[in-house]
Design a protein around this ligand. Structure first.
Ligand SMILES: [Zn+2]
Length: 269
């Protein structure tokens, strides 16, 4: 699932190709918007907000999309064959004279007045990669539910926007904190959140995410998607489980030795 840094990178690419240009074709292939015609409008900007994408147009409307698990925006030079999946998975097509931007498998495609974008992104906490980033506000929001697990708090986009299960697992390993540790028991919380921003910043320019500093295949993560494999620090087996509110359980990975549940978090490396 794409996290904040991947969305940031996709939006930067889309912005570079679309911003300032007039659409020659603009189709939204979802039932509520099937009759919407965007040809002729100019794209003002393409902006990431946490894991959301906002395409702002000069007629006062914003296209809001979200990848969730499977979505992707692909771009093609006009005339090139599209290769992001079968046609029935296409949810949006935005074309200029030079470029086709094609949105595949987007579970969220909606138009909102630009002045009312808060309807769709107003609930989000400070954006780790946004101009509004505010460490103190993110900490305030996380700490407002002290008994909740830090693993759940980090994924809640109302606390801070941009993290998913990949960064959650890696961040908690690096900090030596078990994912089920209550927020109130995490001593290094400011450091943890600052580190989250550093990790996203470091990875936002890359096609492949790495938290270990090693970009080679199979060496990019400490614990994420490595269940049963030896911990890179202590050699013990990495564990995994799903937990979270009913219906929103998400998978986590951790090293029981480096991240004991009693641990309140050390200074980290
Ligand atoms: Zn370990």
């Amino acid at each position: 699932m794409p996290e904040g840094d991947t969305v940031w990178r996709a939006c930067r690419r889309l912005h570079g190709l679309l911003a300032g240009r007039r659409l020659t074709r603009g189709e939204l292939r979802v039932p509520q918007l099937a009759t919407t015609e965007l040809a002729g409008v100019r794209v003002l900007d393409v902006t990431p907000r946490g894991k959301h994408q906002l395409f702002r147009f000069d007629h006062g409307w914003t296209l809001h999309t979200h990848f969730r698990m499977e979505g992707a925006w692909r771009t093609y030079q006009r005339g090139r064959r599209w290769g992001g999946g079968p046609d029935y998975e296409i949810r949006a097509v935005l074309s200029t004279e030079e470029t086709d931007a094609v949105g595949y498998r987007l579970p969220v495609v909606e138009l909102v007045p630009t002045a009312e974008e808060n309807q769709v992104v107003g609930h989000l906490g400070p954006d780790l990669l946004g101009p509004d980033w505010d460490l103190d506000e993110a900490l305030r929001r996380i700490r407002s539910q002290p008994d909740r697990s830090i693993g759940e708090a980090l994924l809640d986009q109302r606390n801070l926007a941009g993290l998913g299960t990949f960064y959650r697992s890696e961040l908690l390993f690096v900090q030596g904190v078990h994912p089920r540790t209550p927020v109130v028991a995490v001593s290094g919380l400011p450091r943890m959140v600052q580190r989250a921003k550093l990790l996203l910043d470091a990875n936002k320019e890359r096609a492949q995410q790495s938290t270990t500093g090693d970009l080679r295949s199979g060496r990019r993560t400490y614990v994420f998607e490595r269940p049963g494999q030896p911990c890179r620090r202590c050699g013990g087996p990495i564990r995994t489980e799903e937990f979270g509110p009913t219906g929103q359980e998400r998978r986590s990975y951790w090293c029981p030795r480096c991240q004991p549940l009693s641990s309140t978090g050390g200074p980290g490396p």
